[in-house]
Design a protein around this ligand. Structure first.
Ligand code: CA
Length: 230
């Protein structure tokens, strides 16, 4: 059976920490993010099986992020359990309206949470994320975290993988370096724009072995795009 990777997005470290032991016992791999930008990076790195999403987070609320995840074709299948201290009925309704799969009110017992996670995973297992992005013979498998060209695996680093995932999700569209940074590095992070150039070069190099480096095109004065057109 596949390992269940559970991402908790919660700014209170005590809550994240109390889950270490019970999650380990339940056979879950716990991934942690203290805010949304960290969560975006974790999700890009590897699709979680389920997301525990705190309602009250700095900058962007959990509810807004849930909405964002459910609108994105790549992440909409990931089940979400909202965590909240409020426990008000209206919040519950709002959470379920944006597509959260369940709702747990703080304080909760880790045992109760594990049981709820298992129940949600059982319900959603049939449409688990087997999603693949494909352009010609180039294929990016999100659940296996693997890139292949004509069934041969292409080795690349995690940042190059995220870059390629981003471009394959939005083919033919041009993005500025700043936009690429925001999407792939999660924004709110201070990284120089030329970092994008460095990783684009690495990505092209990985693809060049198979003659696919031309897919990643430089648009002078604007930025980059992935294009399958000649
Ligand atoms: Ca919080």
């Amino acid at each position: 059976m596949l390992e269940q990777r559970i991402l908790i997005v919660e700014d209170e470290s005590a809550i994240r920490e109390m889950l270490h032991i019970p999650f380990h016992k339940a056979g879950f791999i716990l991934e942690e993010a203290a805010d949304i930008s960290e969560a975006r990076v974790k999700i890009f790195n590897q699709m979680p099986s389920l997301i525990l999403l705190d309602w009250m987070l700095p900058n962007i609320s959990g509810i807004e992020f849930a909405h964002e995840l459910k609108r994105n074709a790549q992440t909409k299948e990931i089940p979400i359990i909202m965590l909240t201290a409020k426990g008000e009925e209206t919040d519950k309704v709002r959470g379920l309206e944006v597509g959260a799969d369940d709702y747990v009110t703080k304080p909760f017992s880790p045992r109760e949470l594990v049981a709820r996670i298992k129940a949600v995973l059982r319900r959603t297992v049939t449409h688990s994320h087997t999603e693949k992005l494909e352009i010609r013979d180039l294929s990016l498998d999100l659940s296996e975290h693997r890139v292949t060209i004509s069934d041969t695996e292409v080795a690349m680093g995690p940042t190059e993988f995220r870059l390629l995932q981003f471009f394959m999700s939005h083919p033919e569209k041009v993005y500025s370096r700043e936009q690429v940074l925001n999407h792939v590095w999660g924004g709110n992070v201070y990284i120089e724009e030329r970092t994008v150039d460095v990783h684009i070069r690495r990505l092209r190099k990985a693809l060049a072995t198979y003659g696919y480096d031309h897919l990643i095109q430089t648009v002078r004065g604007v930025g980059y795009r992935l294009s399958a057109k000649e």
